[in-house]
Design a protein around this ligand. Structure first.
Ligand SMILES: O=C(O)CCC(=O)C(=O)O
Length: 166
């Protein structure tokens, strides 16, 4: 588990987070079964940029989808062309509530159209089998010991939340 401050979404309708999966940023992890826990410090909804999810997308084969594209309409068209549903689910959440998403779930968030910042924190969870592999570094890699490569097992940084199944 790694805690990482994430969300400072200023008011004014500028910042948005485009569709993406967290897996695409965690290339240096061996596991496909990581989770993100997202916690808002405010009530969130469509107005102040709640995180939106594409239901079931953790099961999609996304190799044909270009999440780095700046063209949202083209990306949506390619989602449809692959036979997937681009209709998002936007959970309205009270401050302090937690949402969990699989690292392969496609998600993003819209601009904050309210008059106050939207702040949040994210917690990254990994199975104990996860280990470093060569790949583009993630900021989490700077938080963990290196022995000599990033070591995702240090319980000081990565506490166990659930015992390893016997
Ligand atoms: O906080 C947001 O608006 C987006 C968060 C997100 O995409 C993530 O933590 O993976």
């Amino acid at each position: 588990m790694t805690v990482r401050t994430a969300g400072w979404k200023p008011p004014g309708g500028v910042a948005q987070v485009g569709w993406h999966t967290d897996r695409q940023y965690w290339q240096s992890c061996s596991s496909d079964d990581m989770l993100t826990a997202w916690v808002g410090f405010h009530d969130v909804d469509e107005v102040n940029g709640a995180v939106a999810f594409l239901p079931g997308s953790h099961r999609w084969d996304i190799t044909g989808l270009d999440f780095l594209s700046q063209d949202a309409a083209a990306l949506e068209a390619s989602i449809v062309a692959q036979g997937f549903d681009p209709a998002p689910f936007v959970p309205r959440m009270k401050r302090g509530q937690v949402s969990f998403h699989n690292c392969r779930t496609v998600h993003g968030s819209s601009p904050n159209l309210s008059s106050t910042p939207r702040r949040s924190i994210v917690i990254h969870l990994q199975p104990t089998t996860n280990h470093w592999r060569p790949g583009p570094a993630h900021p989490n890699d700077t938080l963990v010991p290196h022995n000599p490569t990033p070591d995702y097992t240090d319980p000081t940084i990565q506490p166990h939340l659930w015992p390893t199944p016997q």
